[in-house]
Ligand binder design. Sequence first.
Ligand code: FCB
Length: 475
Amino acid sequence: MTRAASVLPPGFVWGASTAAYQVEGAAHLEGRRDSIWDVFCRVPGAVVDEHDGEVATDSYFRYAEDVAAARALNLGAYRFSASWARVRPDGGPVNRAGVDYYSRLVDALLEAGIAPWLTLYHWDLPQAIEEQGGWAERSTAYRFVDYAATLHDALGDRVRVWTTLNEPWCSAFLGYGNGQHAPGRRDARAAMAAVHHLLLAHGLATTELRRQDATATLAISLNLDVADPADPADPGDVDAARRIDGQWNRLFLDPLFRGEYPADVLAQTAHLGLTDHVRDGDLAAIAAPFDVLGVNYYHGQAVSHRPPPTPLHGLPSLARPVTSPLPAPEGIHRVPRGLPQTAMGWEVQPEGLTRLLLRLQEEYTGPAGVAMAVTETGAAYDDVVGPDGRVDDPERRAFLAAHVGAVQDAVASGADVRGFFVWSLLDNFEWAWGYSRRFGLVHVDYATQQRTLKTSGEWFAQVAAQGGLPWEERS
Ligand code: FCB
């Protein structure tokens, strides 16, 4: 065994992630009805080249190929999400065909020896529920619990890891705040209401799943940020970093782990009325115990209270202008650090992941006895299919090696991390970027749906087989 492998705990899980709307397709087949993403994709200028998830990677029909790819990658787990609009179309009665699809997928995974990690909500609210107020409405939280229970009734005997929400920060602030994502609302008050109702949905569903299933592993995945002051000696920059941390991280971590919203964020956003939505007992409900904090990490950022001469780009150029997603963005500016960037314009900063995991361990998960898993990291690059049909992507391999190394460093220093999931198993519909950005370990030719393992995938299969990265591969 390599030295590195011995650092990771026994049973450390190597996986890859996808999400329903990004891969399934079959968007209006077999009973599925519109989600907010179907509707958003029809808004002119909302998605690059007016792409949509109507077909995506056709995984509703080709899931066996996806499972075969996961197997070729030696994955121990596959993290996928279920589409609420397929399971309970329009938020109404159960659609048997939809449930059966997930049942077939789960069986295929189990047959291949791959553990299904199911996320209940990865951004695709049934449109009918949005028309009744969406996440800005309290009732959506209760409807989410019903949906969670429906799926657990059908799959709970075989799915042992249940994640309530993926990145509620994005659902609230990109969906309701700056309109970059579905449902495309630009209403900071609605975004703050959505924060509370998403967290409430998580807490109530966690309690219900625990009631139904005492031994299930329950999780939530958050996109957390590592914000550093551009100039640590400048109190204005230090304060900008603190405010980012509040609006990105503590706004979610504090209620989940401590049953309270952070006072500084409440003060900065008092005009947006978050507390108007909080009823007696809500914060205790949100703080229901769970087992695994999923950490999604792509990059950190340096921030200043002064605008930089050259801003960082990282947004698709769309007809719909997009503003800051933060509820209180005044005096917070991202500053380029000259680090290498991915095709998303995201700076590559693996050491931020080590610091993030250690900070979480110390301040949140450790005291609560909650484990962590990196449920997403990965990179988009402009992959090219070579004349021999191979897709050689050394940059993605280097990105992943550096991030596996960052996790190993965190574990060596005491972080309780149990798994590493690459975003993504295969190229797919990258939200507002449509199909213009590729994150997969597996390349997809969208004209033919042909799947080809990239060289980063060949490499990752070895990492998964040997249980980690040999020390000498550390960058
Ligand atoms: C995350 C999302 C995932 C994917 C990656 C690149 O924020 O959870 O669906 O889009 O970013």
